[in-house]
Design a protein around this ligand. Structure first.
Ligand SMILES: Nc1ncnc2c1ncn2[C@@H]1O[C@H](COP(=O)(O)OP(=O)(O)OP(=O)(O)O)[C@@H](O)[C@H]1O
Length: 641
């Protein structure tokens, strides 16, 4: 596709965002056109002033007052135009940014796995502003200066067509030069986007891995990486600046040639008696007035190309494929009782909303296979496993065995490629995505808390709209916190349940955060609970408290747990051992030990590691895969492996 056509398509799409505000936009254009159309008035007034200079009439004395009126009118028009344009422009930025954010929320997990977060952040936060510059401010110049140029050219033609023709010869020349610059600008603009994304990425990584960088002495390396992008950004910006700075003077020089030609020709015409001095002054004034809008039109290319390059990046996000959500089957929302109690449901609602089935919590995997895009082996290979409602199944096995992949398939963070996963006998792909996820609560190792109160974090997404509901909500939050062993420490916080936590609030320990995450899961009352290494990052004391909270939860719903600590695994009804993507063993702790297979092997490695009397060193034990094992010692002195 030619770059011009490409730009046209991009621009048309950008204008689509302006469409909802077309009235304000039109008002602005009208003001712009009106203001620009008054442009020839000044040279004309000047010519009249000159013609009456030697013998002034009453009209001559009025001319300065008319000039004041003219500029007053232009001032008002220009204010309305600028204000209206900024309004539309800011609306467009807000809309596009919101659309992008909403889009990000709908993207599949795979997108985030493949895309750097720095890129996403930079696009949503910064590049949208460049888009608005292209969609509106560029257009302001384009419309108003084009009208200005047209009005002035018309006036010049009316004054003297031969002189005008000479003036106009310079315009195509200018246009040619502008075209040369446009390509370069666009390339540089793309380059600076990439550099800016790199900057954000390095900064993100630095802040995420602050401790690691310090401990490993990575400062010099990171500083060098940052410099790489920082300097690239400077070079790209300079490229743009050079192209933008050169285009102005070149246009001026060409214009100067034009002016000189005009003056010679005017002198010649004046000698022949075809041009009066007043006409010449009016002509020169109008011609000079033509230079500024022409220059602005030439300069418009820089923000336009920058804007179009940004638009490309923004549209790339907007055009990403969303998570597939074709399933139409719905289960009852387990939280529904919290939102609207049966007493509040009107008869009409009861009739309209069909009674949805409640999930019992049976999960059945049948010959499930999954391979990550670009991977050369299956992450899950023909795994079949049925988990009964209320049952707790622990997933263990060597690192890379497929545990995380398996639990990610249940809420459909990824879709199975072969085989099927059923919940209560329904294929998860047939279930509407939100409804499916309403049935599942997750507690993972890295707990993210939102910038909100403790209560807001526990009752995430649920709010009360009247005082009765608020009291009920608070009771449920406290009950969830108690179940998660969190109530006592919450009450010790400065504002109890209203204490602000997260980035800007009170800092909590790993164990406290974990217990809040458990409280959040309890509060959700989901029939399926996924514990993804929920206690692996904790010290033994925190682990004990968190484990107690978890033990209380087990058997209330179907629970799938990936754990590094044996305490959870021993409690589990069954243990599924995944190795190399295959389900190699299934049974309870005792039966698997008796089987003396992979699980027993893993168990003994850990046992031997910590047993002082053991003669087998950790290094001499053959460890499957890369050696890290997701079952851990039973005593607090043993470390995670
Ligand atoms: N995003 C990804 N892209 C490509 N391959 C992946 C991706 N995530 C995981 N894998 C691969 O899939 C396999 C299974 O990984 P998975 O994370 O499910 O293992 P795991 O049992 O949870 O391991 P661990 O105990 O170390 O967390 C591994 O071989 C891994 O390299």
């Amino acid at each position: 596709m030619s770059s011009f056509r490409e730009s046209k398509i991009l621009y048309r799409r950008l204008l689509g965002f302006v469409r909802p505000y077309w009235r304000i936009f039109a008002l602005s254009i009208v003001c712009m056109v009106a203001s620009a159309a008054t442009e020839p008035a000044f040279p004309e007034l000047l010519a009249r002033l000159l013609s009456g200079f030697s013998q002034p009439t009453t009209t001559t004395y009025f001319i300065p007052l008319i000039i004041i009126g003219l500029f007053l009118l232009r001032g008002i028009l220009s204010f309305v135009q600028d204000y209206a344009f900024s309004w539309v422009s800011n609306k467009v930025v807000t809309d596009v940014r919101q659309r992008m954010y909403d889009k990000v929320l709908q993207l599949p997990m795979q997108y985030l796995v493949n895309t750097n977060t720095g890129v996403v952040i930079s696009r949503v936060c910064f590049e949208v502003a460049g888009v608005a510059a292209a969609a509106t401010s560029v257009l302001t110049t384009l419309v108003s200066d084009s009208v200005r140029v047209l009005a002035l050219t018309g006036y010049l033609l009316y004054l003297n067509w031969q002189l005008t023709v000479i003036t106009l010869i310079t315009i195509p020349l200018t246009a040619l030069i502008v075209k040369q610059f446009s390509k370069r600008l666009r390339q540089a603009s793309r380059g600076s986007q990439v550099a800016a994304q790199g900057l954000t990425q390095v900064l993100n990584e630095t802040l995420d891995n602050f401790r690691i960088i310090k401990v490993f002495g990575g400062q010099a390396r990171e500083s060098q990486r940052f410099f790489g992008f920082n300097d690239k950004l400077r070079r790209m910006n300079m490229k743009q600046a050079a192209a933008a700075a050169a285009s102005g003077p070149i246009v001026h020089v060409i214009a100067a040639f034009g002016i000189t030609l005009v003056i010679y020709f005017a002198l010649f015409q004046g000698k022949q008696g075809g041009l009066t001095a007043e006409q010449f002054v009016a002509f020169m004034t109008a011609m000079m007035a033509l230079i500024a809008p022409l220059k602005r039109l030439a300069d418009i290319n820089a923000p336009l190309q920058r804007g179009l390059a940004a638009a490309e990046a923004v549209f790339a996000v907007l055009d990403e494929a969303e998570e597939e959500n074709r399933g139409a089957y719905r289960f009852a929302n387990p939280q529904q009782s919290l939102l609207t109690g049966p007493a509040q449901a009107t008869t009409e609602q009861v009739q309209l909303v069909p009674a949805l089935p409640k999930v019992r919590g049976e999960i059945a995997l049948s010959a499930v296979s999954y391979q990550y895009p670009g991977a050369n082996r299956l992450a899950l290979d023909q795994v079949s496993l049925t988990i009964q409602p209320g049952e707790t199944v622990a997933l263990v096995g060597p690192s890379g065995g497929g545990k995380t992949t398996l639990i990610n398939l249940i809420p459909r963070f990824f879709n199975v490629q072969e085989g099927v996963i059923l919940i209560d006998g329904i294929d998860v792909r047939e279930i509407e995505l939100n409804s499916l996820r309403q049935q599942i609560a997750i507690v993972s190792q890295d707990v993210t808390l939102f910038n909100d109160s403790v209560a807001g974090n526990i009752a995430y997404t649920v709010t009360a709209d009247h005082p009765d509901a608020a009291a009920q909500l608070r009771e449920r939050v406290i009950a969830a916190a108690k179940a998660a062993n969190a109530h006592a420490f919450i009450m010790a916080l400065p504002d109890g349940y209203e204490t602000l936590i997260g980035e800007n609030g009170v800092k909590l320990s790993g164990g406290q955060r974990q217990r809040l995450a458990i409280a959040r899961a309890v509060f959700k009352q989901a029939p399926i609970l996924i514990l993804d290494e929920a206690t692996s990052a904790l010290d033994s004391e925190s682990e004990r408290v968190v484990q107690e909270a978890l033990d209380g939860l087990l058997h209330q719903q179907t629970t799938l747990v990936i754990a590094h600590r044996l305490s959870t695994i021993e409690q589990a009804d069954r243990i599924a051992v995944l190795e190399g993507g295959k389900l190699v063993e299934l049974g309870n702790h005792a039966s698997l030990l008796a089987q003396e297979g992979v699980y027993a092997h893993l168990y003994h490695i850990q046992y031997n590691r910590s047993a002082p009397s053991s003669t087998t060193s950790a290094a001499s034990v053959p460890v499957p895969d890369d050696g890290a094992i997701a079952v851990a010692p039973t005593t607090s002195t043993r470390e995670d492996v």
